[in-house]
Design a protein around this ligand. Structure first.
Ligand SMILES: Nc1ncnc2c1ncn2[C@@H]1O[C@H](COP(=O)(O)OP(=O)(O)O)[C@@H](O)[C@H]1O
Ligand SMILES: O=P(O)(O)OC[C@H]1O[C@](O)(COP(=O)(O)O)[C@@H](O)[C@@H]1O
Ligand SMILES: [Mg+2]
Length: 446
């Protein structure tokens, strides 16, 4: 993929003039380091691509590095901050809340940190959700809890009312932790703030169990999700192996992107078929999934199938399209459809099978983060604070080419990140599973 069209410019509220409290010896003793705005991370690391851009006279795009700045914009003694978590749950939400609060409190000396309850609803008086005072005492021991201590919600809220609420609370930095929907809302909030001439920074921390946020190489909670998914695969494999013609079928989250299904299949290589939204497949016909499943049972006596929830939605064509409160398309249950198709197929062929269907979706996204994600969230949360304190706004803190960076909010919401059917991840899934194309040849035209 080429990224030369990406505008990497980061907006600021004004000049950062206040020396950072991290410069104080007491704070710097344990190695305060600083990052300058001109420290940048190239989007492309492929030498040929960079050379091509150079030959075309196009400057190679680069993201601003995340991290503490020497000068900050907000006076910590007067600053009020707010945090909100929106959309679906994801392992690590509490880690992010904790690291933001501890960094603000201990390193910058910010004393007014407010948790907004139940997503965007928390800004709107009619819902009556009270706010939560966030301090080291309230967040120190939340790492072992899944979910979000602030709660969440879906559903559109009036952006002007959200900004009214920020004004009423005298908020200087708003940290919005959420997925593509939340970041779209955050971008509108930042625009409304700007048009009112307010000085409020909006910092996004991308959250997605589907790992589908554009320009974010890895999102927090994904590593944990893969870990937990492998347990489901392991269970399905044990069940499948134990019985004659055993089939373990697991459905994993992944609305439009099959990263979780593909990566979990590589993490636990007992999987024989992976079905993801990006790669179309047929159920029936000589190359179809059911025929291939039967072949696998004939040769090996058992099979494990992983299906991402967004796969095969074309099999529901003609049915009514429904949406959730946030406007996301409500998916039909591909796991249950495949289950019923498998049962019908083998019944028709007079073959007895033992089919076990496992759907661990909500277990995966609501559990606490694993160690890797604890570490990752700690970096992300603290870098979000550094970005906000320096007066930057309308950005998300991202991980790109092994570095933490600032990405303009409007860029990440332009599209979703998807598994490339011609890329390394999917090629390796095919190698590891031995799965061939599950598409029948197109019928010849008369
Ligand atoms: N385009 C949009 N403009 C404004 N608000 C949005 C937009 N898309 C989603 N939202 C709001 O952002 C919040 C979270 O969105 P949702 O899609 O549920 O989760 P996620 O942020 O995880 O994608 C919801 O309250 C939703 O109404
Ligand atoms: O049952 P819910 O809350 O609508 O969530 C289902 C969806 O939430 C997700 O886990 C994440 O979606 P979001 O990015 O919108 O939070 C999807 O994989 C899934 O389709
Ligand atoms: Mg979303």
């Amino acid at each position: 993929m080429r990224f030369e069209h990406i505008d990497t410019t980061i907006q600021t509220l004004g000049e950062a003039k206040i020396p950072s409290p991290l410069l104080q010896p007491a704070n710097g003793e344990c190695g305060a380091y600083f990052v300058d705005d001109d420290e940048r991370i190239l989007l492309h690391v492929n030498e040929k691509q960079v050379a091509q851009l150079k030959a075309d006279g196009i400057p190679a795009p680069a993201f601003e590095s995340a991290g503490p700045r020497r000068k900050i914009y907000f006076d910590p003694s007067k600053l009020r901050c707010a945090l909100v978590t929106c959309g679906g749950l994801c392992p690590g939400l509490n880690d992010i809340i904790r690291s933001v609060v501890l960094e603000l409190h201990h390193r910058y000396g910010v004393r007014h940190i407010c948790g907004i309850r139940h997503g965007l609803q928390g800004f709107i008086p009619k819902y009556g959700h009270s706010t939560m005072d966030l301090s080291p005492e309230t967040v120190t021991n939340i790492l072992d809890s899944g979910g979000s201590i602030l709660g969440s919600s879906r559903g559109d809220q009036d952006i002007e009312e959200v900004v009214d609420s920020l004004e009423r609370m005298h908020i200087g930095i708003l940290f919005m932790i959420g997925g593509d929907g939340t970041l779209a809302a955050a971008s509108k909030i930042a625009d409304a703030i700007h048009s009112r001439g307010l000085k409020i920074s909006v910092i996004g921390i991308p959250k997605t169990i589907d790992n589908d946020v554009f320009l974010v190489a890895r999102s927090f909670g994904f590593d944990t999700a893969v870990d937990i998914a492998t347990q489901a695969i392991s269970g399905a494999h044990n069940e499948a192996e134990a019985y004659p013609n055993g089939i373990g079928l697991i459905k994993l989250m992944g609305r439009e992107s099959g990263f979780l299904a593909a990566t979990a299949a590589l993490a636990r290589q007992d999987v024989n078929f992976v079905l993801i939204p990006e790669v179309p497949f047929d159920l029936d016909g000589p190359n179809g999934f059911l025929e291939n499943l039967e072949k696998r049972l004939t040769h090996r006596g058992h099979a494990v199938v992983v299906v991402a929830e967004g796969a095969g939605q074309e099999f529901f064509e003609g049915r009514k399209k429904m949406h959730d409160a946030s406007g996301n398309v409500k998916l039909y249950d591909i796991g249950l459809l495949i289950k019923s198709k498998i049962v019908a197929h083998f019944k028709e062929r007079g073959i007895s099978v033992s089919l076990k269907y496992i759907d661990p979706s909500y277990i995966i996204r609501s559990l606490p983060a694993n160690s890797n994600d604890h570490v990752f969230c700690s970096f992300l949360g603290r870098d979000a604070v550094h970005a906000g304190m320096s007066g930057k706004t309308k950005l998300v803190v991202s991980h790109w080419n092994n570095h933490f960076v600032h990405v303009p909010m409007d860029q990440v919401i332009t599209q979703r990140k998807k598994v490339d059917p011609d890329g390394k991840l999917w090629a390796t899934v095919l190698e590891a599973t031995g799965q061939s194309s599950l598409k029948n040849p197109a019928p010849k035209k008369a």
